[in-house]
Structure formats: C-alpha cells, structure tokens
Design a protein around this ligand. Structure first.
Ligand SMILES: [Zn+2]
Length: 500
C-alpha cells in the first residue's frame, strides 16, 4: 500500500512538472490490484447462491449476470456482430448410461463373461445389436498413426495404454474415436492397473457431457476389465499376453477373433445450452491484431451426495479466483491509458468437462484466430503468496518469452525457468487454442511452487472444500493480476510488440 501511494504521489508531481513523462510510463498509472478486490469477487462467485457454477444451471445465469455487469462497468463492450451480445452460446449433449448388457459367443458357444468384467455406454437412447463380429486391434493404430485394421461393423477390442512405437501417437480417447470414425459398431477398451476399475465404473455410470457438434462415438463404447479381457482372449485361442506382445509391432494389423457379441444399452440423453462470455475492449489504434485474456467460469456444481453436509463444489480457487483477476485486469485496462490493440476477454464454459467451451471457441471463433497475437489463460491462480517466482506454461517462442521476462522483471518478479509447470499444459483452456496455432501462455506464480500446487490438488481441489475463506492466499493472485495488466499493455502496444 505504501508503494502504491508513493507511485500515485510521484505521478501527480510528474504530471504537474511535465506531462509527457507520464505518457512515457503509462503502466505506472495502473493502481495495484488488491487482495480485497479479488476477495469480493471470489466471495460472490463461490457463494452457495451460484450453486458451484455448473453449465446450464441457474448458477450459470447468475455468473453471467455478475461477470457481464462487472466487465461493462470496466468499459468492455459486447463483440460487434454477435447474435447474442456478450455471449457465445455453446450447445451440449449430456448422456448417462442407465443399463446395458453384453453376451459373447466364442466359436458359436455362449461365453460367460463375469458381470463385473464389462462396462457399457450407448451413444443413442437405445441400442440393440446382435452377432457383431469381434477383432482385437492392439492399440488400434499403426506406426503411421492410422487405423490398423478393418473394423467396420465390428466390435474392436483395444488396449488402453499409449502405443509403445511412437511418442506423438494419439491417446486412447482419440484412438477410440478413430475406430468409431472407421465404422466400428462397438469399441471396448481393455483397462490397465493405471485405470482403477472401481473408479472407471463410477465415472462411466455418471453423466458425461460433450459438444453437440462433436463427432459421434461408436454406437456402443465400453471397457473390459483385465481379467474379463484375458478370459475372453484365452477362450478365443489368443492368449492375453501373446496378444499384447504381438500388438507392440508398428505393423500389427489386428486379429479377427472367433467371437461374436450381442449388445443392448439404454442411455438418458439431454441437450442443453451453456455460454462462453466474450467481451471486447476496443483499442485506441487497432492494427488488426488482438490480445485475448481467458479463464473458465464454470465449476463442478452440486457434486456431493444427498445427505452430505456440504453438497456444493463452489470452486473458489478453481476458478472464481481467475475470473476475479480477469475482472480487475479489465478494470485497469479499461480505465487507464487505452491500449493500441483490441483486447478481448473471455470467460469459458465447461472447462471442467474437458476444455469444451475453449474448444468450441477455437472451432467457432468470435474473433479470427489469426488475429490473436497472444492468448493469456488464467486458471486456479490463488495458490501462492506474494514473492513467488513467475512460471510460464507454453514457453518456447523466444520473442514472447522475452516480453514476459521483461514485464515480470520490471515489476520486480523473479522468473522460474525449470519447466515443471509444463506438465499442466494439456490441463488448461489455452491448450485448445494452442492446438489451432494460437500462442497461448499461462503466466504466474501458481504453477511455480509445485509443493503449494500439489498441496491444493491433493486437498480441496475439486471437492466441496474449495470454498471462499480468508485462508485462500490472495497475495500471489494480486501480484499476478498486476503482471497481467502489464502483459496486456505490452502485447497490445503496437510500438513494443509487432503482433508477430
Ligand atoms: Zn477444475
């Protein structure tokens, strides 16, 4: 606080003495973001009235009203030309398996699969198939990353682990989708020890959400337990161990099994809409390039079981803290010297369902992606105290890294270059934009001290305990907010940053 008053006093004196000096150092005009300002927003967004901010709920309506209200006060505007001002509607489909059965025949004779050996979900409300021929496909892909066998009309039995013959090959979800795209009637993934069966059963029985315009999966998807798969493969004359061994070859083409399957599956399917909140701060001298700030507004909603004392996952740190920072950054940039370039602010939906709001924006950009010179994502920012070094997820482009280093250093921050934070790159919204070629950075102290981060991830994270309280460390978040104000100014400055 003392430093702030000192700066303000200096600015006032300088203003009297020589106005141009103030223009030469506009960043000094930004009042530091305070813990109290952030706390006020977090307290509202993480209050029980917001019901944990699940997409498609009343909690979403309240979140939108609050964020739009604050951004409008900050001087942001709706993106011109948007059919629904301030909002990008995102259509979703939610499914929940409510029952299913599988019957296998090996060489025409009934094979008794252990009832707990298989988990099924249907794509549509009701699925019924008989005599579907089976093929074991190993990893489902060859060394070139292409589907390795003819799976059309078949049940493809696939290994979960990543293929050992290449490190850039798709993971199991993508491989499962590739098999569906290739016409598989069913895809069954063989679980591993890394995928605890009890957890899998619970997840599959729960609700899953996908973008309404995502490619549909196979009519039936599911998992086989290790024991269930081994028993079936052994009966089919292809031992589980031998099958796994053969699949290690990048030229493996699968093994047609003397197995057929009958499936039924019933699924509750519901369509609903949610929204990304998108706003614009028009630049003073726009040059066609733009800065995008983003952070996810959603959280897990009502997550506890009936009868639990606290059933609401309020998501105070994850990610009311990030939205609080986005509000205060917007206020500084909206009221101080107006930046040259347009600056966009986006609060995304359904990050917790797999970065879905960010993926939707990347596929249907409200701003041309090629115009975005940098995207700065803010997630789970209230972890560290003041003085924590600055880590950056998404480093590696020297010109960008130099701006971050320069801006952080000028604010008296130390840099953390050990690269530990990179482990989280796929777990944040910036990944969805990065996949489309937008330089996406996540900058700040939260991902610098791994001990503090692991402590949070191992305790309140994604539980009903992620509540607002005065125990949440907001010093680091306030400092990181100042850092983002300065980063916004630097990347939006046409003389300082070429916009690539
Ligand atoms: Zn989360």
């Amino acid at each position: 606080m003392k430093t702030a008053r000192f700066h303000a006093a200096v600015a006032a004196v300088v203003l009297l003495a020589s106005a141009p000096a103030v223009w030469a150092a506009p960043a000094n005009a930004d009042a530091p973001v305070t813990e109290a300002e952030l706390a006020r927003h977090i307290q509202v967004l993480a209050s029980d009235a917001f019901e944990g901010r699940a997409p498609g709920t009343e909690g979403e309506d309240r979140t939108i009203a609050y964020v739009v209200g604050e951004w409008a006060k900050a001087g942001l505007e709706a993106v011109p030309g948007s059919a629904t001002p301030w909002l990008q509607p995102v259509p979703f489909v939610e499914s929940q398996a409510v029952g299913g059965s599988a019957r296998f025949k090996v060489n025409g004779r009934d094979f008794a699969m252990d009832k707990d050996g298989i988990i099924l979900t249907g794509r549509d409300a009701s699925v019924s198939m008989t005599d579907v021929p089976a093929i074991f496909v190993g990893y489902g892909i060859d060394g070139a990353g292409k589907v390795n066998a003819d799976v059309k009309g078949k049940v493809a039995i696939m290994l979960f682990d990543s293929a050992p013959f290449g490190d850039k090959l798709p993971r199991y979800r993508e491989r499962r989708q590739m098999l569906a795209d290739a016409g598989a009637s069913a895809v069954l993934v063989i679980a591993t020890d890394a995928l605890p069966w009890a957890e899998l059963r619970e997840n599959v029985g729960g609700k899953t959400v996908r973008l309404a315009d995502a490619a549909p999966g196979a009519p039936v998807s599911g998992f086989l337990s290790i024991a269930g798969a081994d028993a079936l493969l052994a009966k089919a004359g292809l031992g589980g161990a031998a099958a796994r061994e053969a699949a290690k070859s990048p030229d493996y083409r699968g093994a047609v099994l003397p197995v057929t399957a009958d499936f039924t599956a019933k699924t509750n399917i519901r369509s609903f809409a949610s929204n990304n909140i998108v706003a614009k701060l028009p630049g003073a001298k726009p040059d066609g390039k733009a800065v995008l700030f983003l952070g996810h507004w959603d959280h897990l909603g009502i997550c506890g079981k009936e009868g639990d004392a606290d059933r609401i996952c309020n998501g105070a740190v994850d990610n009311a803290s990030g939205i609080a920072v986005l509000i205060e950054v917007a206020k500084r940039l909206g009221s101080g010297t107006r930046p040259d370039r347009d600056i966009y602010f986006m609060a995304t939906t359904a990050e917790e369902k797999g970065l879905l709001g960010a993926h939707y924006f990347a596929d249907h950009p409200a701003v041309p992606l090629g115009d975005i010179t940098v995207a700065l994502n803010i997630d789970t920012i209230a972890i560290s105290p003041r003085g924590t070094p600055v880590a950056t997820i998404g480093r590696g482009k020297p010109a960008y890294d130099a701006v971050v280093r320069d801006v952080a250093t000028k604010l008296g921050r130390r840099l953390d270059d050990d690269g530990e934070a990179d482990a989280f790159i796929q777990r944040q919204d910036g990944w969805a934009l990065g996949a489309k070629g937008v330089t996406s950075l996540m900058v700040g102290g939260s991902f610098s001290d791994m001990k503090l981060l692991e402590d949070f991830l191992g305790s309140d994270y994604h539980t009903a305990a992620d509540n607002f309280s005065d125990k949440i460390p907001l010093g680091g978040a306030a400092e990181d907010a100042d850092l983002h104000v300065a980063l916004g100014r630097a990347f939006a400055d046409t003389k300082r940053w070429p916009g690539k």
